[in-house]
Design a binder for this molecule. Structure first.
Ligand code: IPE
Ligand code: IPE
Ligand code: MG
Length: 241
């Protein structure tokens, strides 16, 4: 955790808030789900680009704990898209040596989807290439609340002393405990907000807010943003030497 940039100065972990599917569809006079399908098709190219640009960890925001507020039809369409996507891509991830993980609260997802998520994680557990993490029913506040609950259980059971709780302890209870913190967070679609994504983990991340709608996001743009990151100076609160 903390500073994780690569020796060449590039970001080791890039996280993306894939936003703008609905507006992309609307601009074409099509239903929102048309945009979600187009958006899902963009993921593969970005995953494939990671090894070329030195990104070891890619984390993508697919569905937030707040997205349940959408119409029942859109939510059901998204859940069905996730099932189909995971089923279809699983074997390709193995072929591409991509290790898949999911973060978020699985309890609220349907059993069929949960099984596919478990299967994809198990099938790719031996993969040593890009670490792809899909945030599904993920919310930063929800994650911290769930982590705190488990931490409190450990304290109550005598497994953890309150005086030993510090900023190294808490992240061990987060869904992301095996991942380094993101170095670069990209949000598409022109919105300059975090929308509850990786709140704890992004404390010192660099941000890129770009106007491109997610279904139009290309490997060229990804490569450009990853390259631009190398030129930035991250200070982590210190005064530069
Ligand atoms: C992002 O696109 C995908 C999800 C949140 C599931 P949106 O659906 O938020 O698209 P806009 O923001 O309405 O254009
Ligand atoms: C954030 O986008 C969540 C995902 C990309 C999955 P939203 O479109 O849900 O965020 P808000 O509502 O604009 O903040
Ligand atoms: Mg949106």
């Amino acid at each position: 955790m903390g500073k994780t940039s690569k020796p060449d100065g590039g970001p080791r972990h890039v996280a993306i808030i894939m936003d703008g599917n609905g507006r992309w569809a609307q601009a074409r006079g099509r239903p929102r789900l048309f945009g979600h399908h187009a958006g899902a098709r963009r993921v593969r190219e970005i995953v494939e680009t990671c090894p070329d640009v030195g990104v070891d960890y890619l984390t993508i925001f697919a569905f937030s704990t707040e997205n349940w507020k959408r119409t029942q039809a859109e939510v059901a369409g998204l859940m069905s898209l996730f099932r189909r996507y995971i089923f279809k891509e699983m074997q390709d991830f193995v072929r591409q040596n991509v290790r898949v993980r999911f973060i978020g609260d699985r309890v609220k997802l349907d059993a069929k989807l949960r099984n596919l998520m478990d299967e994809a994680e198990a099938l790719t557990a031996h993969c040593t290439g890009t670490n792809l993490t899909i945030a599904l029913n993920y919310g930063g506040r929800d994650e911290v609340a769930r982590a705190t609950k488990r931490l409190a259980e450990d304290v109550a059971a005598g497994r953890l002393k309150p005086e030993n709780v510090d900023e190294e302890t808490l992240p061990r209870y987060l869904d992301t405990y095996v991942l380094p913190d993101p170095d670069l967070v990209i949000r598409t679609s022109g919105e300059a907000r975090i929308s509850n994504f990786l709140l704890w983990q992004s404390a010192y991340a660099e941000y890129e807010f770009i106007d491109t709608l997610w279904p139009d996001f290309t490997s060229e743009e990804f490569t450009r943003l990853v390259g631009a990151y190398g030129g930035r100076e991250r200070r982590f609160g210190a005064v530069p030497a």
